[in-house]
Design a protein around this ligand. Structure first.
Ligand SMILES: Nc1nc2c(ncn2[C@@H]2O[C@H](COP(=O)(O)OP(=O)(O)O)[C@@H](O)[C@H]2O)c(=O)[nH]1
Ligand SMILES: [Mg+2]
Length: 288
């Protein structure tokens, strides 16, 4: 055993493991993206290239870190969910967060030129912060996801109306801000429709709903599964044979990570995709 008088410093390392048997959400957020988006001329209110790049980086993260079961992204942020039975890195917060943040940042920069072929990156380069939060129940996890999607909706309706008033209505920023002060969703819908002939319902789903990434197994009949109740009743990581673990791994590796823009607030999304809560791989659809 190699000992040195310096080795005692190891004892300064403190554990930072996250509570067992809880859903872990790692949320990352672009640092200073208000400035970053204006430097690279992101379109307002939504830049499709920027969102596609965020989604491509998140998809790469999910291929590299198969323990992530579902991810949800809006604007310059992404949430990555680890199943409550996940034991990756012994659930050490710093290792989970730094791995997600660095993998995502690397891919964001690597893929930049695919989405912005005419605008090369220059320092300061894009970077992301991250945090991990534990959610004890399926309801808590779903409420977290719903919170982010409601935020997407509120921000997008506001931004769509705000920028229509400026770009199409010729208003100044302050004037538009003043006009929107205290308005409800219905008022903004009305402004869009009556002044600019825009039906908010017809806006692209990616802007209204954000992006949700998961393994694209075959959808199931909701009546045949109750993944939420089973997940909540789970008290410790499922003990399964080596064979089964290998099988799961293969099926997970075979599955494509799909990028969708769906309602993740309603039950249907979760009921038809029990693998999101059960962590048991579903059927890989036949290639068409
Ligand atoms: N123009 C434009 N800006 C965006 C887009 N997505 C994100 N942003 C910018 O990124 C910011 C993200 O918000 P936040 O994280 O709170 O601000 P940050 O601290 O400057 O990163 C937004 O306020 C926008 O300024 C986009 O699609 N188009
Ligand atoms: Mg940000």
């Amino acid at each position: 055993m190699a000992n040195s008088k310096f080795e005692y410093v190891k004892n300064f390392e403190q554990p930072d493991n996250l509570l067992l048997n809880t859903w872990i959400v790692v949320r990352i957020d672009g640092r200073g993206f208000t400035k970053f988006s204006s430097k690279y001329g992101f379109e307002k209110p939504n830049d499709r290239r920027a969102l596609d790049l965020m989604n491509a980086a998140a998809q790469a993260v999910m291929y590299e870190i198969p323990e992530v079961t579902i991810a949800y992204g809006i604007s310059d942020e992404y949430s990555f969910v680890f199943h409550k039975s996940c034991t990756l890195f012994e659930r050490r917060s710093s290792k989970l967060v730094t791995t997600i943040v660095s993998t995502f940042s690397s891919y964001y920069i690597h893929l930049w030129s695919t989405y912005f072929p005419d605008t090369p990156l220059s320092p300061p380069l894009p970077s992301f912060d991250g945090r991990a939060v534990c959610y004890p129940s399926v309801q808590n996890l779903r409420d977290y996801m719903s919170w982010r999607q409601v935020d997407c909706h509120i921000n997008n309706l506001y931004n769509t109306t705000f920028w229509a008033l400026i770009q199409k209505g010729g208003m100044g920023n302050l004037e538009a801000e003043e006009l929107l002060k205290g308005t409800y969703a219905a008022d903004k819908n009305e402004i869009l429709f009556s002044k600019f002939d825009i039906n908010y319902n017809n806006e692209p789903e990616i802007y209204k709903k954000g992006s949700v990434l998961f393994r694209g197994y075959e959808l199931v009949d909701p009546a045949t599964h109750n993944a939420a109740a089973e997940a909540d009743s789970l008290a410790e990581p499922v003990q399964q044979s080596k064979n089964q673990t290998e099988n799961d791994k293969k099926r997970r590796a075979k599955a494509r990570i799909v990028i969708e823009h769906l309602d993740i607030i309603k039950d249907e999304f979760w009921d038809r995709r029990p693998w999101l809560l059960s962590n048991k791989p579903g059927k890989v659809p036949k290639e068409t």
